[in-house]
Write a protein of this length. Sequence first.
Length: 142
Amino acid sequence: MERRRWDIDQRFTGIASGQALAPGVKRLAEVLDREGWVTEDPEAHLLHHLKRICDEPGSRWHLRDARLQEDGVYEVDVEPPAGLQAAELSIRDAIMLLAPVAEASFAARQVDRSTIECVTGMLDGDGDYAAHGHLIRLRIQN
C-alpha cells in the first residue's frame, strides 16, 4: 500500500512533477557551492531584523542568542513565549520570523521539531548587487 500524503488522501500521488519551478531551485542549489557566496557579518545584515520581529507585541518568538558558525551558518536560538512549546510552533511561524531577511531566493526546511534551516540570497542577475546570501539555522528552545 502506498503512503498517504495527508490524513484524507485517497490518490496517493500528485498531478505533476516539480519541473515547472526546478530551474530556479537548481540555480539556488548551485550557488551554494560557490566559495565566498555567504555574506560576512550576519549581525549587521540579519540580527536587527530578527530582533525587531521578536520584540513586536504579540510576537511568537523571543531571541535568546545568535552566533556565526565556522561553516557560515548563522545559528539563531529562539524560544516561544511562555505557555507554548517548540512543538506547537510550525514552519509557518518560523517563516514569519525569517520573512524580513528574505531576499530574491528563499528556501526553508524543517529539519526536526526544533530546527528550521533557511537559505536566502541573491543570484547572478537578481538585482543591482553581486550574488550573495545567508545560511540561517533557527534552533527553537524551551
